[in-house]
Design a protein. Structure first.
Length: 175
């Protein structure tokens, strides 16, 4: 249903309805921000990346092909913006994965340490691996959706995920 709604909203945008684009922004702002944050590791930079991606999507809306899902097209823009931001800023700050549901201070500390270890391990991955891990495990996208977003074959997505998980396993068990 959202896919159909997205296509209708895009059509309205192309006819000059700015409110339709506002609806698209509200619908996808949080997942796009989370993806950007996962790649750049800084909240302010992630906001900038997300805002830039939405501006570019507005400017290039005529390039969107309705036979594809709008959110996949938008994810691709966000991922490219975030990667470009990393290349230009050389930002290497770790991801923030906060503990949740811990019952006592020891558990809170343990979860925080585990979260920091995972964050550092993910952040140390090559960008190609880091992006597929984030899209698959944090955004819960399918292999096919990731392949569309990154413009790579599904088998390449699977291969990168396998390699990324293997590297993560080694990094986490060798600490």
């Amino acid at each position: 249903m959202a896919e159909t709604s997205d296509k209708i909203l895009v059509e309205k945008c192309l006819k000059g309805d700015n409110n339709a684009f506002d609806k698209l922004v509200k619908r996808y702002e949080l997942p796009m921000y989370r993806t950007a944050f996962g790649i750049v590791g800084d909240s302010e930079l992630a906001r900038d990346v997300t805002q830039t991606a939405f501006m570019k999507s507005w400017e290039k809306l005529t390039d969107y092909k309705p036979e594809y899902k709008f959110y996949s097209w938008l994810y691709r823009i966000v991922v490219h913006e975030a990667l470009n931001s990393n290349r230009s800023k050389k930002n290497n700050s770790p991801l923030s994965l906060y503990p949740s549901g811990a019952e006592n201070p020891h558990q809170v500390l343990q979860k925080k340490e585990e979260s920091q270890s995972l964050s550092k391990a993910i952040d140390s991955l090559p960008e190609d691996y880091k992006v597929v891990i984030l899209l698959r495990h944090f955004e819960e996208l399918s292999y096919k959706e990731i392949s569309v977003i990154l413009e790579i074959e599904v088998k390449t997505v699977k291969s990168r995920l396998y390699s990324a998980r293997t590297l993560l396993r080694k990094k986490l068990y060798n600490r």
